[in-house]
Design a protein around this ligand. Structure first.
Ligand code: ATP
Length: 311
């Protein structure tokens, strides 16, 4: 199946600064792809190249199989975008602002009403944008991105500046988009939690490079599992576990113990429980620890910093 977005060796220099470095990413159709990275990691620069707004120094981008450099207009028609600067006219209503873009795209009033409905803004569409909250502007930005029902949506930090209620609403909304509209969503964020709660796929960019990519559920499942246990005597439990060649780590939820390669979590839990109980340390609870995107991210970040140290 053709990917919604595919980049190959994408590179962009600004003078001596390598903002995007040989980045090859694949965003499958109908995914909510979380593009995660610290500020300055290269997310916006990548999105601009996908949109054809910025020319790559090297490499290429395909949107639904269309080469952005060679078939720029056809590729652009596949994509709706929400970038940081909204550029709405405050003295016009939400509906009038959308009408400006709709006219450029050759779309009629019915399409404006459709996108207003999708972002649940019909009630406020007659009001001037100057009186809108940031959340309403973000929704209007999304509505504009969806005009003409482009199959791919690029959203740069879509929850930036929203209050907690607005963030929760936006996340719910983005998660439901592929099912509601059939669209593929690429959203950038510097917030782990944001991606974890919204995305089906993730790409982690660090210093211009894609350091990890995949389906979120699979990435989590592939992480080496850990057990977490609560005991009546952690000091004793730690020394007993160390003597068994394990490396317990004190965490908020209790002691965590990494499983050995290929070890069955239930078997390991039984062995550890027996060991501790027979040695007089009570075991209150033991079980596998659910891994989070943060664990994945830390592992990649740790990997990167050890590379930097080695260099
Ligand atoms: N037009 C430009 N001229 C020079 N340097 C630039 C330009 N645009 C981006 N950069 C640099 O490229 C690097 C990547 O920037 P980019 O905006 O893509 O990062 P980002 O991950 O989107 O970060 P943020 O979330 O802060 O926007 C940064 O070091 C930035 O300073």
């Amino acid at each position: 199946m053709t990917a919604a977005i595919e980049t190959e060796g994408l590179t962009r220099r600004f003078g001596a600064r390598l903002a995007v470095d040989d980045l090859s990413m694949t965003v499958p159709e109908r995914a909510v792809y979380g593009f995660l990275g610290r500020n300055g990691a290269g997310k916006t620069t990548t999105l601009k190249m996908v949109l054809g707004l910025l020319r790559p120094t090297a490499g290429r981008v395909r949107v639904r199989g269309l080469d952005v450099a060679r078939q720029r207009m056809a590729a652009a028609r596949q994509v709706g975008a929400l970038l940081e600067a909204h550029g709405f006219y405050g003295n016009l209503t939400g509906r009038e602002n959308l009408a400006l873009t709709a006219t450029l795209l050759g779309l009629g009033a019915a399409e404006i009403e459709r996108v207003l409905e999708v972002v649940e803004m019909r009630r406020d569409a007659h009001r001037k944008v100057a009186g809108y909250s940031l959340g309403m502007r973000q929704r209007l930005g999304l509505a504009r991105a969806m005009l003409g029902a482009p199959p791919v949506l690029l959203l740069d930090e879509p929850t930036n500046g929203l209050d907690p209620d607005g963030i929760a609403d936006m996340r719910r909304f983005l998660r439901s988009l592929p099912e509601r509209t059939g669209a593929t969503v690429l959203l950038s964020s510097h917030l782990l939690g944001e991606i974890e709660q919204t995305a089906t796929h993730v790409g982690v960019v660090d210093d211009g490079r894609l350091v990890l990519e995949g389906e979120l559920a699979r990435l989590k499942a592939d992480l080496a599992p850990e057990l977490v246990l609560r005991t009546g005597d952690d000091t004793r439990a730690v020394s007993l576990l160390l003597a068994q060649g394990r490396s317990p780590v004190a965490a908020e939820a209790g002691l965590t113990v990494a499983l050995k390669s290929g070890e069955d979590p239930d078997q390991a839990a039984a062995v550890i429980t027996r060991l501790l109980v027979e040695s007089g340390a009570s075991v209150f609870a033991i079980g596998p620890r659910e891994q989070s995107l943060e664990d994945i991210y830390r592992r990649v970040a740790g990997f990167r910093s050890s590379l930097a140290e080695a260099a």
